[in-house]
Design a protein around this ligand. Sequence first.
Ligand SMILES: [Zn+2]
Length: 579
Amino acid sequence: MDNAVVLFENPRIRLGGAALNAGEHIHHAAARAVGGGIEWRAEAGQVSLRGKCEEREPGLWHISFELTNSGADAEVGVMLPYAFYHIEQERPLRFFDPTFGGVLKTAAVPIGRTYPGPASFCLTAAVGEKAAIATGLLDGEQRRVMIRHTPSVHYGQIRFALERVLVKSGQTVALPMQYIKAAPTWAEAFEPYKTWFNEMFPRVAPRSEWLASGKYIETRLAHCLVPFEPFKAPSGVLIFDNEGPARSIETIKAEIDQAFERGAKEGYTPLFYQYGWWEAMASFKGLFAFDSHCGDYTKRHDYAKKSVEYIHQKGGKVYLYTNFISIGDESEIYREHPDLLARDKAGFPQYNAGYPMLMLCPGAPGIRDYWRRVVDCILTEIGADGIFLDQVCGGHSPQYCYCEAHHHAHPDTYGVDAIELVKHILDYAKSVKPDCYVGGELMLDSRSVLLDETHGYGYSGPPDYAAAVERGEPMPEYYVFAKYLCPGLYSSNGSVMDGASGRGGQEIWRDYRPCFEAGVTPCATDTPDAIAYLYGPANGKSVLAARSAKAGVVKVTLPDGSKVAVETLGLEPVYQIVE
Ligand SMILES: [Zn+2]
């Protein structure tokens, strides 16, 4: 890696917070070089930080830290060492933003993301044509981490920050390990994260046979079952009005018929995704914000069961909406069970971003009972085929929960409690209905692999390849990282070129879906203006997908070292079957 340079700056420790209440101290660590590595030591009050950086092999560094407290209980903020990098090349670098599955493109805007939360991976990178530098935090405990990456044209700096770590009196806390790797390609630089992830967060249950081998595609026709139409506003918050056009079960059946007709034409069976199926949606007066009554999922609307039965009669499948992380601030469940909410230090519940919803605590003692009642209503009473967990993988940063009645080991257990709760919902749903579907919104590495499908590739809008090409920048890459890093993760939303397993109506998806779901390997091309991925193998076949800035012949090196020429169409992807 002659053309890539990485330097380290010292870590910092910040001491403050309510537990000690002694004002804020910020301490820079002292560094010492030992045997080819670096050791750091910092003290703030009675809390000490010790860490080291070791070069494990050429171009791969492991950085580890621990905190020890010899005083009273204290919360500290730890800023891990900056990695400064410089990659020599003529064209600008591409930078990896890990949000919602990941985007690799040229940018000059700093990346600041919370993991777990909107960031899908605790990972970021700078990628050149011949060198890549990636750094990730192997955060098995799912502690809340801020990823800070300040990119420039050929330079940048990356730092991870743990903003609140409780260290109790006499305790030693090991922080998640950081790695930094310099390698020729992003795939090699990401590899330590991939290896760690697949050991740490394996898939726990196979997908149902009907979903794995059938040609089911999600449709939102008849998605809304309440007797009132939602406003046709492009908003994340659905608003209904009881003065609005009335819906009847006949209207809903007509929409269902329409979905089946379209599926028949394009070669798939509709998988209905329905929300607004609970009773509170029908009983309001005036304006009603969908989100403000979320959580009241144990009382179903009359249309819910009728429409599920109609879908079943026609041979389709259907799953129903829930929100995993929060409940509406006008809901009955909030009034009856405020004990389910995450609480800040002053005891107040916390809002879910700008929504009229309050954040649940996945470690609250009553939360599992609540979810079992919801699953019973959806799968048994209504008879649906599955449950959808909205915002299961982000949407809002995880909370630090200080509720004493929840008996958390420390306030930063949200991430790991969320994984355990998803597993509990999955186990319970499968015990009620063994071939049920459990899906969820937003791609996030550690929770998404538990789901049958996750929405989220392309969440932040369709990839804009054309704009980058016009600016003469190297070809950007979008969302394929999720499939590369987590081969056991499924999504049918989005294009196969962007790492999803495809979309109904695409011929290539109909014929080669098992390849697209078997994993992806990025392939080197003879020009930075082209990108190519090999999907599979499955059933003895792989699919090579490629796109380029301009139509022409691109030479692609396959993972076995052999080279193939692909005639690309430009930005529209082409597919070539490799036996
Ligand atoms: Zn809690």
